[in-house]
Design a protein around this ligand. Structure first.
Ligand SMILES: NC(=O)c1ccc[n+]([C@@H]2O[C@H](COP(=O)([O-])OP(=O)(O)OC[C@H]3O[C@@H](n4cnc5c(N)ncnc54)[C@H](O)[C@@H]3O)[C@@H](O)[C@H]2O)c1
Length: 430
């Protein structure tokens, strides 16, 4: 295939895995003028997309329906379509096993399907976050087993996805796209595809560099959050307001970047990705100490929150057992509906185990059945707030009226500093 087909959008492109990463990318390619085929293994997602219904909050159903109606995006569970495509982006999950080792089985499953339909001129791109070496050590041998040669017969590259769900300022289109190919021709093909649909492409020298870029970014966040979480624990013991400390430090115009403490890490990236790196580091005899330490501190935070709840109830002569606790916000971060790895879930489970009567409100998460917790979001009314012995704020959602909650509540434990600047004897902070 001529690279020019990525320049004039006559190429046929595909995306495997239509979740938080894959669906926005597929829609972006379609809006750029490509004919896009999206692949997923979940029939309901595929039929929803083909009916113009988006299951991803950052992709509006209107935008999706428009490209579907125009025939520029079609979703399918039939992977034989791969034979017709000039390129395919792999956007499948990369979770951890219980042992905290990488689970690359979704990547392997997707590449097995691509290998069956690999043909001369095809461009294969991996976007899933993974350890350095995945593209050349795992994927390349599977594709070259077909007899086709990389850089000559087909092209292979890694490009980390950096999407930030819920962020309307930085989206798939305007977040710079780092891309590293197996060979210079691979990088060139991949860069041509992205440049035709996205604003900025940043080519790097290899797939391993591109893989490491993503892990540096997420490890940077995990370690810095670990540092402020440790500072929060320290300040708590010293009776110092950590939020005030950070805000004042952030006035330094150089050499400081604010990170904020919280009830723990969540989502599919920050709690997981650093362990991909430490696992790979162990393979070469290297112990990634910062990563492990930050992981320990961050994963302790939900327990610290439960201890703070216990302490706050104790002050009003109550035990957790039999007390009612209303949790506000179960998504792992503000203004989104994603509960994967959310610390609120651990906190709820722990409070229930201690005998608490726990309810929750989250405007974006109607129930927690998928997480094995038999709770539905309770309406946020003056009465539900007033009835709780303690209101625990675990996520900041802009649509929630926190002042009203403070007015009605008996005690509020604010783990996100949403009540910044408010002074009230009812408030307890992280
Ligand atoms: N969510 C984020 O904010 C984010 C940001 C940057 C990078 N990432 C990375 O991107 C990758 C995808 O994450 P996500 O959040 O989009 O996950 P997701 O679970 O939202 O989406 C993955 C999709 O892949 C589908 N799938 C699973 N196996 C498949 C297979 N064999 N063939 C086809 N489809 C398959 C699933 O049904 C699902 O729809 C992960 O590696 C993640 O670490 C995620």
């Amino acid at each position: 295939m001529s690279i020019d087909r990525f320049k004039d959008q006559t190429a046929r492109v595909g995306v495997i895995g239509l979740g938080y990463v894959g669906l926005p990318l597929a829609v972006e390619f379609a809006q750029a003028g490509y004919r896009v085929t999206g692949f997923d293994v979940v029939e309901e997602k595929v039929s929803g997309i083909n009916a113009g219904r988006s299951h991803i909050k950052d992709v509006s159903s209107e935008a999706l329906a428009e490209v579907v109606k125009a025939g520029r995006l079609i979703a399918t569970t039939e992977f034989k379509e791969l034979a017709e495509l000039d390129s395919v982006n792999i956007c499948v999950p990369t979770p951890l096993r219980k042992t905290k080792d990488p689970d690359v089985s979704y990547i392997v499953a997707a590449v097995e399907k691509i290998a069956r339909h690999l043909h001369p001129g095809m461009l294969v791109l991996l976007e899933s976050t993974t350890y350095p070496g995945t593209t050349n050590e795992l994927i390349l041998p599977m594709l070259e087993a077909t007899g086709l040669e990389v850089g000559k017969d087909f092209f292979l590259a890694f490009s980390p996805e950096r999407v930030d769900p819920g962020n309307s300022r930085f989206t798939t289109r305007n977040i710079p796209k780092v891309v590293g190919g197996m060979t210079p021709a691979c990088t060139e093909h991949a860069a041509a595809l992205y440049a035709s649909a996205l604003e900025t492409v940043v080519p790097v020298s290899s797939t391993r560099v591109a893989e490491m870029v993503k892990l540096l970014e997420n490890t940077f966040r995990s370690v810095n959050i670990g540092l402020v979480n440790e500072l929060a624990l320290m300040c708590d013991s010293m009776g110092i307001d950590v939020w005030e400390v950070i805000d004042a430090a952030a006035t330094k115009p150089f050499g400081f970047m604010p990170f904020y403490p919280g009830p723990g890490l969540g989502g599919h990236c920050i709690p997981i990705d650093p362990f991909y790196l430490s696992w790979k580091a162990r393979q070469v005899g290297f112990e990634a100490r910062f990563i492990e330490l930050a992981g320990q501190i961050n994963s302790f935070m939900p327990r610290h929150v439960v201890a703070k709840v216990t302490e706050a109830l104790n002050e009003v002569e109550k035990a957790v057992r039999g007390s009612s606790v209303l949790v506000i916000g179960v998504a792992y971060k503000n203004d989104i509906d994603d509960v994967r790895e959310s610390p609120a879930l651990d906190i709820i489970n722990e409070l229930v185990e201690l005998g608490g009567n726990v309810s929750y409100h989250d405007p974006y998460v109607p129930d927690l059945a998928g997480e094995g917790i038999a709770l539905r979001s309770t309406p946020l009314t003056d009465d539900t707030v007033a009835a709780a012995d303690l209101v625990l704020i675990t996520t900041r959602h802009d649509v929630v009226d926190y002042d009203r909650i403070l007015e009605r509540a008996r005690v509020v434990l604010d783990t996100r500093n949403v009540l910044k600047g408010r002074r009230s004897p009812k408030i307890r902070r992280l």
